[in-house]
Design a protein around this ligand. Structure first.
Ligand code: NAP
Length: 288
Protein backbone atom coordinates (compact mmCIF):
# COMPACT_ATOMS: atom_id res chain seq x y z
CA UNK A 1 0.00 0.00 0.00
CA UNK A 2 1.24 3.50 -0.82
CA UNK A 3 1.13 6.87 0.94
CA UNK A 4 -0.72 9.05 -1.56
CA UNK A 5 -1.54 12.75 -1.76
CA UNK A 6 -4.47 14.00 -3.84
CA UNK A 7 -4.94 17.64 -4.92
CA UNK A 8 -8.36 18.65 -6.27
CA UNK A 9 -11.52 16.93 -5.06
CA UNK A 10 -13.89 18.04 -7.81
CA UNK A 11 -16.33 15.97 -9.84
CA UNK A 12 -13.45 13.72 -10.91
CA UNK A 13 -10.81 13.98 -8.20
CA UNK A 14 -13.18 13.38 -5.27
CA UNK A 15 -14.28 9.89 -6.31
CA UNK A 16 -10.81 8.98 -7.65
CA UNK A 17 -9.23 9.76 -4.28
CA UNK A 18 -12.08 7.84 -2.68
CA UNK A 19 -11.21 4.72 -4.67
CA UNK A 20 -7.59 5.00 -3.50
CA UNK A 21 -8.75 5.15 0.13
CA UNK A 22 -11.21 2.28 -0.36
CA UNK A 23 -8.36 0.19 -1.83
CA UNK A 24 -6.44 0.59 1.44
CA UNK A 25 -3.89 3.27 0.50
CA UNK A 26 -3.08 5.98 3.03
CA UNK A 27 -4.65 9.02 1.36
CA UNK A 28 -4.03 12.67 2.27
CA UNK A 29 -6.09 15.24 0.42
CA UNK A 30 -5.97 18.97 -0.21
CA UNK A 31 -8.63 21.10 -1.86
CA UNK A 32 -8.64 24.85 -2.51
CA UNK A 33 -12.11 25.10 -0.95
CA UNK A 34 -11.24 23.45 2.37
CA UNK A 35 -14.78 22.27 3.11
CA UNK A 36 -14.58 19.74 0.27
CA UNK A 37 -11.47 18.20 1.84
CA UNK A 38 -13.20 18.03 5.24
CA UNK A 39 -16.29 16.41 3.71
CA UNK A 40 -14.13 13.97 1.75
CA UNK A 41 -12.17 13.00 4.88
CA UNK A 42 -15.42 12.38 6.77
CA UNK A 43 -16.74 10.19 3.94
CA UNK A 44 -13.61 8.15 3.24
CA UNK A 45 -11.68 8.34 6.50
CA UNK A 46 -8.54 9.87 4.96
CA UNK A 47 -6.81 13.05 6.08
CA UNK A 48 -7.66 16.57 4.85
CA UNK A 49 -4.60 18.86 4.99
CA UNK A 50 -4.55 22.67 5.03
CA UNK A 51 -1.52 23.14 2.75
CA UNK A 52 -0.26 21.39 -0.38
CA UNK A 53 3.29 21.29 1.01
CA UNK A 54 2.10 19.74 4.28
CA UNK A 55 0.12 17.18 2.34
CA UNK A 56 2.87 16.29 -0.14
CA UNK A 57 5.63 15.83 2.43
CA UNK A 58 6.17 12.11 3.00
CA UNK A 59 3.95 11.01 0.08
CA UNK A 60 5.23 8.39 -2.36
CA UNK A 61 2.85 9.59 -5.07
CA UNK A 62 1.06 12.93 -5.36
CA UNK A 63 -1.94 13.05 -7.72
CA UNK A 64 -3.61 16.20 -9.03
CA UNK A 65 -6.92 16.65 -10.84
CA UNK A 66 -7.57 20.38 -11.03
CA UNK A 67 -8.38 22.48 -14.09
CA UNK A 68 -6.36 24.37 -16.66
CA UNK A 69 -2.62 25.00 -17.23
CA UNK A 70 -2.19 27.81 -14.63
CA UNK A 71 -3.97 25.72 -11.96
CA UNK A 72 -1.71 22.70 -12.48
CA UNK A 73 1.41 24.88 -12.70
CA UNK A 74 0.50 26.44 -9.34
CA UNK A 75 -0.28 23.25 -7.40
CA UNK A 76 2.63 21.28 -8.92
CA UNK A 77 5.14 23.99 -7.93
CA UNK A 78 4.01 23.79 -4.30
CA UNK A 79 3.96 19.98 -4.24
CA UNK A 80 7.42 19.74 -5.87
CA UNK A 81 8.82 21.88 -3.01
CA UNK A 82 7.83 19.25 -0.46
CA UNK A 83 8.19 15.94 -2.34
CA UNK A 84 11.20 13.71 -1.64
CA UNK A 85 13.54 12.54 -4.45
CA UNK A 86 12.31 9.36 -6.10
CA UNK A 87 8.62 10.11 -5.51
CA UNK A 88 6.23 10.69 -8.42
CA UNK A 89 3.75 13.44 -9.34
CA UNK A 90 0.80 12.24 -11.47
CA UNK A 91 -1.32 14.87 -13.20
CA UNK A 92 -4.84 13.68 -14.07
CA UNK A 93 -5.97 17.14 -15.26
CA UNK A 94 -6.43 17.77 -18.97
CA UNK A 95 -3.85 20.43 -19.85
CA UNK A 96 -1.42 21.26 -22.66
CA UNK A 97 1.33 18.84 -23.62
CA UNK A 98 3.71 21.82 -23.42
CA UNK A 99 2.94 22.23 -19.70
CA UNK A 100 3.48 18.51 -19.09
CA UNK A 101 6.90 18.74 -20.76
CA UNK A 102 7.82 21.85 -18.75
CA UNK A 103 6.84 20.16 -15.47
CA UNK A 104 8.91 17.10 -16.44
CA UNK A 105 11.98 19.35 -16.74
CA UNK A 106 11.24 20.84 -13.28
CA UNK A 107 10.70 17.36 -11.84
CA UNK A 108 13.98 16.07 -13.33
CA UNK A 109 15.91 18.90 -11.67
CA UNK A 110 14.54 17.72 -8.30
CA UNK A 111 14.93 14.00 -9.09
CA UNK A 112 11.15 13.54 -9.00
CA UNK A 113 9.11 11.43 -11.38
CA UNK A 114 6.36 13.01 -13.48
CA UNK A 115 3.52 11.32 -15.36
CA UNK A 116 0.84 13.13 -17.37
CA UNK A 117 -2.25 10.99 -17.01
CA UNK A 118 -5.44 12.63 -18.30
CA UNK A 119 -8.58 10.57 -18.00
CA UNK A 120 -11.73 9.82 -19.98
CA UNK A 121 -15.01 8.33 -18.78
CA UNK A 122 -16.58 11.32 -17.06
CA UNK A 123 -18.18 11.68 -13.66
CA UNK A 124 -19.85 8.26 -13.94
CA UNK A 125 -16.54 6.62 -14.86
CA UNK A 126 -14.80 8.25 -11.89
CA UNK A 127 -17.54 7.18 -9.49
CA UNK A 128 -17.61 3.62 -10.83
CA UNK A 129 -13.80 3.35 -10.94
CA UNK A 130 -13.94 2.78 -14.70
CA UNK A 131 -11.76 5.51 -16.17
CA UNK A 132 -9.55 5.26 -19.23
CA UNK A 133 -6.14 6.73 -18.36
CA UNK A 134 -3.73 7.92 -21.06
CA UNK A 135 -0.21 8.30 -19.71
CA UNK A 136 3.05 9.88 -20.77
CA UNK A 137 6.34 9.43 -18.95
CA UNK A 138 9.30 7.22 -18.15
CA UNK A 139 8.61 3.49 -17.91
CA UNK A 140 10.16 3.31 -14.41
CA UNK A 141 7.87 6.06 -13.06
CA UNK A 142 4.88 4.50 -14.79
CA UNK A 143 5.64 1.14 -13.17
CA UNK A 144 5.50 2.81 -9.71
CA UNK A 145 2.10 4.43 -10.24
CA UNK A 146 0.20 2.07 -12.57
CA UNK A 147 -0.83 -0.47 -9.88
CA UNK A 148 -1.94 2.34 -7.55
CA UNK A 149 -4.27 3.85 -10.22
CA UNK A 150 -5.99 0.53 -10.91
CA UNK A 151 -8.87 0.99 -8.40
CA UNK A 152 -10.31 3.78 -10.57
CA UNK A 153 -9.29 2.53 -14.01
CA UNK A 154 -10.75 0.35 -16.72
CA UNK A 155 -7.66 0.81 -18.90
CA UNK A 156 -4.26 2.41 -18.25
CA UNK A 157 -1.93 2.89 -21.23
CA UNK A 158 1.58 4.34 -21.40
CA UNK A 159 1.54 6.21 -24.73
CA UNK A 160 5.16 7.41 -24.82
CA UNK A 161 7.20 10.15 -23.22
CA UNK A 162 5.76 12.95 -21.09
CA UNK A 163 3.13 14.85 -23.10
CA UNK A 164 1.96 11.77 -25.02
CA UNK A 165 -0.89 11.24 -22.55
CA UNK A 166 -2.17 14.77 -23.13
CA UNK A 167 -1.83 14.40 -26.92
CA UNK A 168 -3.87 11.18 -26.78
CA UNK A 169 -6.54 12.93 -24.69
CA UNK A 170 -6.70 15.61 -27.41
CA UNK A 171 -7.51 12.89 -29.96
CA UNK A 172 -10.24 11.70 -27.58
CA UNK A 173 -11.75 15.19 -27.39
CA UNK A 174 -11.58 15.73 -31.17
CA UNK A 175 -13.58 12.49 -31.62
CA UNK A 176 -16.09 13.42 -28.91
CA UNK A 177 -16.75 16.92 -30.27
CA UNK A 178 -17.95 15.58 -33.63
CA UNK A 179 -19.97 12.73 -32.12
CA UNK A 180 -21.85 14.96 -29.65
CA UNK A 181 -22.73 17.49 -32.35
CA UNK A 182 -23.91 14.63 -34.61
CA UNK A 183 -26.07 13.19 -31.84
CA UNK A 184 -27.50 16.63 -31.03
CA UNK A 185 -28.42 17.18 -34.68
CA UNK A 186 -29.91 13.67 -34.97
CA UNK A 187 -32.17 14.09 -31.92
CA UNK A 188 -33.10 17.63 -32.96
CA UNK A 189 -34.02 16.34 -36.43
CA UNK A 190 -36.08 13.49 -34.93
CA UNK A 191 -38.12 15.97 -32.87
CA UNK A 192 -38.56 18.31 -35.84
CA UNK A 193 -39.76 15.36 -37.94
CA UNK A 194 -42.34 14.42 -35.31
CA UNK A 195 -40.65 11.13 -34.40
CA UNK A 196 -40.53 9.71 -30.87
CA UNK A 197 -36.89 10.28 -29.81
CA UNK A 198 -36.88 7.29 -27.43
CA UNK A 199 -38.08 4.94 -30.17
CA UNK A 200 -35.59 6.37 -32.66
CA UNK A 201 -32.70 5.58 -30.29
CA UNK A 202 -34.18 2.14 -29.57
CA UNK A 203 -34.17 1.49 -33.31
CA UNK A 204 -30.72 2.82 -34.21
CA UNK A 205 -28.65 2.24 -31.06
CA UNK A 206 -27.74 -1.32 -31.98
CA UNK A 207 -26.51 -0.23 -35.42
CA UNK A 208 -23.64 1.79 -36.83
CA UNK A 209 -24.71 5.07 -35.17
CA UNK A 210 -24.13 3.66 -31.69
CA UNK A 211 -21.72 5.53 -29.39
CA UNK A 212 -20.92 6.13 -25.70
CA UNK A 213 -22.56 9.53 -26.05
CA UNK A 214 -25.70 7.98 -27.50
CA UNK A 215 -25.90 5.32 -24.80
CA UNK A 216 -25.19 7.66 -21.88
CA UNK A 217 -26.63 11.00 -22.98
CA UNK A 218 -29.64 10.58 -25.27
CA UNK A 219 -32.23 10.47 -22.44
CA UNK A 220 -31.03 13.65 -20.74
CA UNK A 221 -30.64 15.39 -24.11
CA UNK A 222 -34.28 14.59 -24.95
CA UNK A 223 -35.29 15.96 -21.52
CA UNK A 224 -33.09 19.08 -21.79
CA UNK A 225 -31.19 18.15 -18.59
CA UNK A 226 -27.59 19.29 -18.49
CA UNK A 227 -26.90 20.01 -14.84
CA UNK A 228 -24.24 17.30 -14.38
CA UNK A 229 -21.22 15.74 -16.08
CA UNK A 230 -18.43 17.34 -18.11
CA UNK A 231 -18.70 21.13 -18.06
CA UNK A 232 -18.79 23.13 -21.30
CA UNK A 233 -16.09 25.44 -19.87
CA UNK A 234 -13.78 22.42 -19.52
CA UNK A 235 -14.56 21.24 -23.07
CA UNK A 236 -13.71 24.70 -24.43
CA UNK A 237 -10.42 24.53 -22.51
CA UNK A 238 -9.72 21.11 -24.05
CA UNK A 239 -10.56 22.28 -27.56
CA UNK A 240 -8.44 25.42 -27.06
CA UNK A 241 -5.33 23.42 -26.15
CA UNK A 242 -6.09 20.94 -28.94
CA UNK A 243 -6.45 23.66 -31.59
CA UNK A 244 -3.26 25.30 -30.30
CA UNK A 245 -1.42 21.98 -30.62
CA UNK A 246 -2.83 21.54 -34.15
CA UNK A 247 -1.44 24.94 -35.14
CA UNK A 248 2.02 23.58 -34.20
CA UNK A 249 1.76 20.10 -35.75
CA UNK A 250 -0.16 21.17 -38.89
CA UNK A 251 -3.24 18.97 -38.33
CA UNK A 252 -6.43 20.32 -39.88
CA UNK A 253 -9.41 20.23 -37.49
CA UNK A 254 -12.31 22.06 -39.18
CA UNK A 255 -15.05 20.22 -37.27
CA UNK A 256 -13.41 20.61 -33.86
CA UNK A 257 -12.96 24.34 -34.54
CA UNK A 258 -16.62 24.69 -35.54
CA UNK A 259 -17.93 22.76 -32.51
CA UNK A 260 -15.72 24.94 -30.29
CA UNK A 261 -17.65 27.97 -31.58
CA UNK A 262 -20.95 26.16 -30.94
CA UNK A 263 -19.82 25.69 -27.33
CA UNK A 264 -19.14 29.44 -27.17
CA UNK A 265 -22.83 29.90 -28.08
CA UNK A 266 -23.80 27.54 -25.21
CA UNK A 267 -21.67 29.62 -22.82
CA UNK A 268 -23.48 32.74 -24.05
CA UNK A 269 -26.76 30.98 -23.10
CA UNK A 270 -25.44 30.62 -19.53
CA UNK A 271 -24.33 27.03 -19.98
CA UNK A 272 -20.75 27.26 -18.68
CA UNK A 273 -21.26 24.41 -16.20
CA UNK A 274 -23.74 22.42 -18.33
CA UNK A 275 -22.70 18.99 -19.56
CA UNK A 276 -21.21 18.95 -23.08
CA UNK A 277 -24.35 17.24 -24.42
CA UNK A 278 -26.00 20.69 -24.15
CA UNK A 279 -25.09 21.32 -27.81
CA UNK A 280 -28.70 20.31 -28.48
CA UNK A 281 -29.96 23.26 -26.39
CA UNK A 282 -28.25 25.61 -28.84
CA UNK A 283 -30.16 24.02 -31.74
CA UNK A 284 -33.47 24.27 -29.88
CA UNK A 285 -33.04 27.78 -28.54
CA UNK A 286 -36.18 29.89 -29.06
CA UNK A 287 -35.89 32.30 -31.94
CA UNK A 288 -33.09 30.44 -33.77
P1 NAP B 1 -14.33 20.45 -11.10
O1 NAP B 1 -15.43 19.62 -10.57
O2 NAP B 1 -14.60 21.86 -11.52
O3 NAP B 1 -13.17 20.46 -9.99
C1 NAP B 1 -11.99 21.17 -10.19
C2 NAP B 1 -11.10 20.98 -8.98
O4 NAP B 1 -9.87 21.67 -9.18
C3 NAP B 1 -11.71 21.53 -7.70
O5 NAP B 1 -11.29 20.72 -6.63
C4 NAP B 1 -11.09 22.93 -7.63
O6 NAP B 1 -11.05 23.45 -6.33
C5 NAP B 1 -9.70 22.63 -8.13
N1 NAP B 1 -9.00 23.79 -8.66
C6 NAP B 1 -9.29 24.49 -9.80
N2 NAP B 1 -8.40 25.48 -9.97
C7 NAP B 1 -7.54 25.42 -8.92
C8 NAP B 1 -6.41 26.19 -8.53
N3 NAP B 1 -5.97 27.24 -9.26
N4 NAP B 1 -5.77 25.84 -7.41
C9 NAP B 1 -6.18 24.78 -6.68
N5 NAP B 1 -7.25 24.02 -6.99
C10 NAP B 1 -7.92 24.35 -8.09
O7 NAP B 1 -13.58 19.79 -12.34
P2 NAP B 1 -13.55 18.25 -12.80
O8 NAP B 1 -14.72 18.01 -13.66
O9 NAP B 1 -13.26 17.40 -11.64
O10 NAP B 1 -12.27 18.31 -13.78
C11 NAP B 1 -10.95 18.32 -13.29
C12 NAP B 1 -10.00 18.04 -14.46
O11 NAP B 1 -10.35 16.78 -15.04
C13 NAP B 1 -10.07 19.09 -15.57
O12 NAP B 1 -8.80 19.27 -16.13
C14 NAP B 1 -11.03 18.43 -16.57
O13 NAP B 1 -10.82 18.90 -17.90
C15 NAP B 1 -10.65 16.97 -16.42
N6 NAP B 1 -11.72 16.02 -16.81
C16 NAP B 1 -13.00 16.17 -16.38
C17 NAP B 1 -13.97 15.24 -16.77
C18 NAP B 1 -15.44 15.36 -16.36
O14 NAP B 1 -16.28 14.64 -16.92
N7 NAP B 1 -15.78 16.20 -15.38
C19 NAP B 1 -13.62 14.18 -17.59
C20 NAP B 1 -12.30 14.03 -17.97
C21 NAP B 1 -11.35 14.96 -17.58
P3 NAP B 1 -12.36 24.16 -5.69
O15 NAP B 1 -13.16 23.04 -5.09
O16 NAP B 1 -11.82 25.09 -4.68
O17 NAP B 1 -13.07 24.86 -6.82
Amino acid sequence: MAICGFIGLGVMGGPMAGHLANAGHEVRVWNRTAKKADDWAKQYGGQGLSSIEGMAEGCEIVFACVGDDPDVRHVAALAFEAMAPGTVFVDHSTVSAALARALKIEADIRNLGFIDAPVSGGQAGAEAGQLTIMCGGDAADFAKVEPVMKPYAKAITLMGEVGAGQLTKMVNQICIAGVVQGLAEGLHFAKSAGLDGERVIEAISQGAAQSWQMENRYKTMLQNEFDFGFAVDWMRKDLRITLEEARHNGARLPLAALVDQFYADVQAMGGNRWDTSSLIARLEKDGD
